[in-house]
Design a protein around this ligand. Structure first.
Ligand code: PEP
Ligand code: MG
Length: 876
């Protein structure tokens, strides 16, 4: 049998979304439920894919099938396409599997031409209505199919109103509408150098083609990327018999939600306009009335509509967003779909629906998008204030939140200004570890370079600070303290605002409001915790971050990046001393300064975690990140170390690496300088002993993690240092305490040889930032720049640094899981790369059977929900 590309609404149902798109499937379902839906048919998503396979043409057989179904529609409607005496008019709408606001708008009144309009005028005895419908059609066809600017048509309408001296469109009469049709056509013909198509079949064919084309317009591509929608889905096209809301005062049209989409309140929420067609309600030309008022204006239609909305909500077990039209007092349903809602509304609706017995807890958990929770955890822009603002640039939404403050260009300026009580936004070409304090006191961070896992992004997410990174539109002049974008300069002290969720940058202050966590949030998260199998830990480097993560429900720390503890104040001096030391004696002297600081930090973290497991990762970053760069800092260091300036300069030069990310970092440092691992082990073990003495019931068992291992012997060498040092301390202190040594799997070779590595490692944690970097060979700090070209050219659809690349990197993870388990069946497995907070990656980790995911504190609630959803989908 040949493939079927077109379905009548009566042939479909709600389970056919993949083929019919969301809109088509729901129209079919409403029809099955006996609701008043105008007849129509759906051209499938497969037809869209075929259109692309046929080099953007609708092939003969699909074309024929569309026209066969048009004939069936004529039969059902009892009207004929293009027949002036009894004409059928249709609407044409796109409808992908997931609703996509980035796609094609609707075309109404298709099938109109000079003869048909006269027929309609006679039939309805309402020439104004007929010509109003005609001019709307020309306008929409020109805009949506031919890409002509809508604004020009509005100008023509405004001119005509001015000449007539009236304000409202409704004050224009039939003759005005006739004239408007003429003018619209003239404008169309002059602009496009072709006649307006008068053959209804040609109109239909071109409209269907335009919907298929819109699947790949810029807005749609962008929307798909933001929402993880694959381009292979395609869009369906719905062709539906018109019903008219603009035929008189007993007609109207509206949109409504079964519950309030901003607050979640269980009350019909929406608006309508009498004597109007669809787009009038959203266009804002006339002020619509609230749905309550329909009770008075059209009581029967209201009664029917409220019955239907209840039935639809009960049927779909979700809040619905509906469109309707009233024609001569009779109600028709044109669309229903699960309504978009704010995070707060989503939680209230989920909780209320459980209480109402409408959904189970599991169904409620599936109703909330994990990423949406984020909005509840950070300060937000005041919605009204944001509406009036215009962005000056857009870049990577690296860390969500809303920030508003005065521009500063250095971390020092940020600290100075913040100390004076000023709110600041730190604008940098890129950030370095030395900026961390400045980042901490800033409302937000904007960087010109860097991607989703660049230093600024990782650190900002860790702190819950808003960050927009990789903003190449900006030209920054750090010396003269200004940046330029779109021809305008912004100086130190000027106000800007950042939206870390959309990546938008605004050249003005926008009011923010603090985040509120309602009681529903907590209740909902308890259900998530009961449901999930994966444990959720956090990546935290300070007691403050750790305590925040515990508040958000973290069950341990999966990654303490010990180098992050060295950025502040005096510590960086000691670290620099350590790095430039030429002898072991010198180095040990510097390490001795660091030991008490590090031990104190670990104690603070153990205290904050109250006995929960903590994985401490040994020093990892490329050494040059710590080296002084300014002449002043270099001179200062020489003085502190009592060495001459020139020899310090030459040491610094000698430490230069061409490719520091693959340079002297991770376990390689401890191999060159085992005394570093000794110091860190001393700090960890002594801290744990001290905290255990204070809290004997916590029974802390330190987890020590060695980074960047690619070979069993590397791990063994460092592990021997750790074990020797730890056992000496335990013996000296007469303490029996278990501790565990494991490794990160972040080099492809480690994944390939995981069975061997597991002979030494008690646990694995996947460092998917480096694993992605090294599997693709893309620098994690620079990829943001060129990946933009990959998305545009459809080479990639997703950022592999944000979402685990399941095909490639995922294969390595799978190998490592099975290799590790082969050697050590009960091996503990986690992930601590940035992907540990990404819902689709969490689902993958669940399927791989990992023990836990670890992510920045502000993503812990998201991970808890994503883990619960994975359990529901794939079983615990
Ligand atoms: C990783 O590589 O995924 C990781 C967690 O370590 P880092 O980001 O510190 O290199
Ligand atoms: Mg790493």
């Amino acid at each position: 049998m040949t493939k079927k590309y077109v379905y009548l609404f009566s042939e479909g149902n709600e389970n056919m979304r993949e083929l019919l798109g969301g809109k088509g499937a729901n129209l079919a379902e409403m029809m099955n439920l006996g609701m008043p839906v105008p007849y129509g048919f759906t051209v499938t998503t497969e037809a869209c894919n075929q259109y692309y396979a046929d080099k953007e043409t609708i092939n003969e057989s699909i074309r024929k099938e569309i026209f066969d179904y048009l004939m069936k529609l004529e039969e059902l409607a009892g009207k004929q396409f293009g027949a002036p005496r009894n004409p059928l008019l249709v609407s044409v709408r796109s409808g992908a599997r997931a609703s996509m606001p980035g796609m094609m708008d609707t075309i109404l009144n298709l099938g109109m031409n000079d003869e048909v309009v006269e027929g309609i005028a006679k039939l309805t005895d309402n020439p104004r209505f007929a010509y109003d419908s005609y001019r709307r059609f020309i306008q929409m066809f020109a805009d949506v199919v031919m890409g002509l600017n809508k604004a020009k048509f509005e100008e023509i309408i405004d001119e005509m109103k001015a000449v007539k001296g009236v304000k409202e469109d409704t004050q224009l009469d039939a003759d005005d509408m006739k004239l408007m049709v003429k003018r619209f056509k003239k404008f169309y013909e002059e602009s496009l150098e072709e006649e307006f198509p008068s053959d209804p079949k040609e109109q239909l064919y071109r409209a269907v083609e335009a919907v298929f084309r819109s699947w790949n317009n810029q807005r749609a591509i962008f929307y798909r990327k933001m929402n993880d929608i694959p381009s292979s889905w395609g869009t369906a096209v719905n062709v539906q018999m018109m019903v008219f809301g603009n035929m008189g005062n007993d007609c109207g049209t509206g949109v409504a939600f079964t519950r309030n989409p901003s607050t979640g309140e269980n009350k019909l929420y929406g608006e309508f306009l009498m004597n109007a067609q669809g787009e009038d309600v959203v266009a804002g030309i006339r002020t619509p009335q609230t749905i309550d008022q329909l009770k008075e204006v059209s009581p029967q239609a209201y009664q029917k509509f409220s019955e239907i909305s209840k039935a639809l909500e009960a049927h779909y077990k979700n809040m619905q967003d509906m469109e309707f039209t009233i024609e001569k007092g009779k109600l028709y349903m044109l669309q229903t779909r699960n309504g978009k809602r704010t995070a707060a509304a989503a939680l209230k609706i989920a909780c209320d629906m459980v209480d109402e017995g409408m959904v189970t807890k599991e169904e409620a958990l599936m109703m909330v998008e994990p990423k949406q929770l984020d909005a509840l955890l950070h300060p937000q822009f005041d919605a009204e204030a944001l509406k009036g603002a215009k962005s000056i640039a857009n870049a990577l939404p690296a860390s969500p939140g809303a920030a508003c403050g005065q521009i500063v260009f250095t971390a020092e300026q940020a600290i100075e200004e913040a100390a004076l009580g000023h709110k600041v936004v730190l604008v940098r070409l890129e950030t370095s570890p030395e900026d961390i304090e400045g980042m901490h006191v800033s409302e937000g961070i904007l960087t010109v370079r860097g991607g989703m896992t660049s230093h600024a992004a990782v650190v900002a997410r860790g702190m819950g600070a808003c960050c927009v990174s990789g903003c190449g539109d900006i030209h920054i002049n750090e010396e003269e303290e200004y940046f330029e974008v779109a021809g305008k300069q912004y100086h130190k002290g000027d106000y800007i605002s950042l939206d870390g969720s959309s990546g938008n940058v605004y050249g003005e202050p926008i009011k923010t409001v603090p985040a509120e966590i309602s009681g529903d949030f907590e209740r909902f998260m308890t259900w998530a915790d009961e449901t999930r199998r994966l444990k959720v830990r956090t990546n935290a480097d300070t007691p403050k971050d750790a305590a925040q993560a515990v508040k958000f429900g973290a069950e341990g720390i999966g990654l303490v990046r010990t180098e992050h503890m060295f950025f502040e104040g005096d510590r960086i001096k000691a670290v620099r001393e350590m790095i430039v030391s030429k002898t072991e004696i010198q180095r040990r002297k510097a390490l001795a300064k660091l030991l008490p600081m590090q031990r104190g930090d670990f104690e603070g973290i153990y205290e904050a975690m109250q006995g929960m497991p903590v994985t401490i990762r040994y020093l990892d970053p490329p050494l040059h990140e710590f080296l002084p760069t300014s002449s002043y800092d270099i001179a200062q260091l020489a003085k502190d170390m009592k060495i001459d300036l020139e020899s310090l300069r030459s040491v610094i030069m000698s430490l230069h690496e061409f490719n520091p990310m693959m340079g002297h970092r991770g376990c390689r440092l401890a191999i060159s300088y085992p005394e570093i691992a000794e110091m860190q082990t001393t700090a960890v073990i002594e801290a744990a002993i001290n905290v255990n003495r204070r809290h004997p019931d916590w029974k802390i068992e330190p987890e020590i993690m060695i980074p960047l291992v690619g070979d069993k012997n590397e791990l063994k060498y460092v592990k021997d240092v750790v074990v020797r040092t730890a056992d000496e301390i335990l013996e000296r202190e007469h303490v029996e305490m278990k501790y565990h040594v494991g490794t990160m799997i972040e080099i492809p070779r480690a994944a390939l040889l995981a069975d061997e590595i597991a002979e030494e490692a008690e646990f694995f944690s996947f460092g998917t930032n480096d694993l992605t970097q090294m599997t693709f060979g893309f620098s994690r700090d620079d990829a943001g720049g060129f990946l933009a070209d990959y998305y545009e050219k459809k080479i990639f659809e997703q950022d592999p640094f944000a979402r685990v690349d399941q095909k490639g990197v995922g294969k390595l993870i799978e190998m490592a899981v099975s290799g590790g388990r082969q050697t050590r069946p009960d091996i503990k497995l986690g992930i601590c790369g940035e992907h540990g907070g990404d819902p689709s990656s969490i689902e993958f980790c669940h399927r791989m059977g990992l023990t836990y995911v670890s992510c920045s504190p502000y993503r812990v609630p998201i991970a808890r929900l994503a883990a619960a959803q994975a359990s529901i989908k794939y079983g615990k």
